[in-house]
Design a protein around this ligand. Structure first.
Ligand SMILES: Nc1ncnc2c1ncn2[C@@H]1O[C@H](COP(=O)(O)OP(=O)(O)OP(=O)(O)O)[C@@H](O)[C@H]1O
Length: 254
């Protein structure tokens, strides 16, 4: 059994002639707070799609807690504790926040819903969904319609859905995307409250959030890992500054 929560070995993905993921060997330690960064089009979302099972790799392996899951479908990976969020909100905006979380959890767990089996029959799902909203600091939004909530609160609901699936490994795809800077604090606060046992990888363009959250950073460029290390290593890395942040710029870190 590997000591790693998640690992990829020689992961490759091609779309026709375009190599989007090239021999990526990625290691996520247990309990990690890890960021995957890189310029637009570097292949970050594709990497999450390969790991979560949305896309099949052209070559290579994905291991979860040492188990080869390369050929497992997405829902089975979720059952094993590998959960991801999406860049774009896919919420049921006319429902309450609580119903929206619970319904999404039922869907992703493959639980039957309908006239004969309404949401209210899944008391355990509702209970867990509510507890997650409270944990993320939006318990008071539970009965409010999603459409009435701020964009930052809606992004937290996406995280609540993921947490309600009881992940051991959580992949967060741009949790602060589109969130105004006045609200990005609630995302960071929520990330700070996540159980330390959950191993987390975040994709994010907001460098302030990345450098506050991550203890380890991997940099992708053109589908390849070009740098890895602590926030300070990355901030000090001239090649990273040149390709990602622009020649001569400097990344802020604590
Ligand atoms: N289904 C697809 N078919 C063909 N090309 C694709 C497909 N999905 C992604 N690509 C290409 O793969 C490359 C990497 O895309 P990807 O979305 O993974 O990058 P990214 O690093 O997540 O970018 P961003 O930061 O802008 O979200 C891009 O050139 C994109 O156009």
């Amino acid at each position: 059994m590997s000591g790693l929560a998640l690992e990829t070995r020689g992961l490759c993905k091609r779309f026709g002639a375009l190599a989007v993921t090239e021999n990526v060997n990625f290691r996520l330690e247990r309990g990690a707070r890890h960021a995957l960064i890189g310029p637009n089009g570097a292949g970050k979302t594709t990497f999450v799609n390969l790991v979560s099972g949305r896309l099949a790799p052209t070559a290579g392996q994905v291991l979860l807690h040492g188990q080869d899951i390369t050929r497992l479908p997405e829902y089975q990976r979720v059952k094993l504790g590998l959960v991801r969020t999406f860049q774009i909100n896919a919420l049921f905006t006319t429902m309450s926040a609580l119903e929206s979380v619970a319904l999404a959890v039922c869907e992703r767990k493959g639980l039957a819903l309908g006239m004969l089996k309404p949401l209210g029959r899944y008391a355990d799902v509702l209970e867990r969904s509510y507890a997650t909203l409270v944990q993320l600091g939006i318990g008071d939004c539970a009965e409010r319609q999603v459409a009435e909530l701020s964009y930052g609160q809606q992004r937290l609901i996406e995280i609540a859905i993921a947490l309600s699936l009881e992940p051991t490994v959580l992949l967060l795809d741009e949790p602060a995307a589109g969130v105004p800077s006045s609200e990005s604090g609630i995302i960071l606060d929520a990330l700070g409250k996540l159980d330390s046992d959950i191993s987390i990888m975040i994709i994010e363009h907001d460098m302030d959030l990345v450098f506050r959250f991550a203890r380890h950073i991997t940099v992708l460029d053109q589908g390849r890992v070009v740098a890895e290390g602590t926030p300070k290593d990355i901030s000090d890395n001239e090649m990273v500054r040149a390709i990602y942040f622009g020649e001569g710029s400097r990344v802020a870190h604590d």
